[in-house]
Design a binder for this molecule. Structure first.
Ligand code: ADP
Ligand code: MG
Length: 232
């Protein structure tokens, strides 16, 4: 599903850089990525999704060498292949829950919003216990409910790859497990690949594989006070 080779990446500003000689993730694998704050976990998700482009090396995701595509082609690729769950949810406050879930269909002309999609959205909402809140605005939801909306929004297009950036970061243990159940059941039922960044060592056993960022060569993160204080 994902193959990274000889990757070197740095931002236009700052001294951070990331080097990954080789990384492979198979179809259907469920992977947790751990590592210190500022070590580049979010950057790696962006490189896999094609929202960041390496200075050199290749990133191949679901058969597309996205590091070699133009911006528009990378965006089309992302829409068709990747479900993204952001740590801060990135829900739109002026839309209700259902419209947030259906947002990918509203912003992408390549996707058709038909009855089947609406039914799928409603079925997913029911499964995670928010079907009575579809017409509410998102600022009337708890953190756990918001996170479930963010996860459903990533699943509604039925992507073969899910990228989740600390999806359980803001949740209590009950909701944490609920979100993981949804992500991992989706992967199992659809043969999808899931890559999750996490700080939470309690949930690692639920993933088939753990990738530790200390195995990669990064620079620019070492001097951060939060890293000196502890293993996170
Ligand atoms: P993590 O998700 O592991 O906490 P990130 O991937 O967000 O780390 O960031 C890795 C490093 O890159 C950090 O030092 C961060 O400050 C830096 N960084 C992140 N985004 C940018 C940017 N747009 N421009 C410059 N530096 C950035
Ligand atoms: Mg991050």
């Amino acid at each position: 599903m994902i193959e990274i080779e000889d990757l070197r990446f740095s931002y236009d500003e700052g001294d951070f850089f990331l080097e990954i000689p080789k990384l492979k993730v198979a179809h259907g694998e469920t992977v947790a990525i751990v590592g210190p704050s500022g070590s580049g976990k979010t950057t790696l998700l962006n490189l896999i999704a094609g929202t960041a482009v390496p200075q050199s090396g290749q990133v191949t995701t679901n058969g597309y060498e996205i590091s070699g595509l133009h911006d528009a082609a990378r965006r089309d690729f992302r829409i068709a292949n990747i479900g993204l769950v952001f740590q801060e949810f990135e829900l739109l406050e002026y839309l209700n829950v259902l419209d947030n879930i259906l947002l990918p269909y509203r912003i992408n002309r390549t996707l058709h919003l038909g009855t089947a999609v609406r039914e799928r959205a409603e079925a997913l909402a029911k499964r995670v216990g928010i079907s009575d809140k579809l017409t509410r605005f998102v600022n009337q939801l708890s953190q756990g409910e918001k996170q479930r909306v963010a996860v459903i929004r990533a699943l509604v297009m039925q992507p073969p790859l899910l990228l989740a950036d600390e999806p359980t970061g803001n949740l209590d243990p009950l909701n944490k497990n609920r979100v993981l159940d949804i992500l991992l059941q989706y992967a199992e039922q659809n043969g999808a690949t899931v890559i999750t960044v996490t700080h939470d060592y309690d949930i690692l056993s639920r993933f088939r594989r753990v990738i530790d960022f200390k195995d990669f060569y990064t620079h620019g993160a070492e001097q951060r006070p939060e890293n000196i204080a502890g293993p996170m």
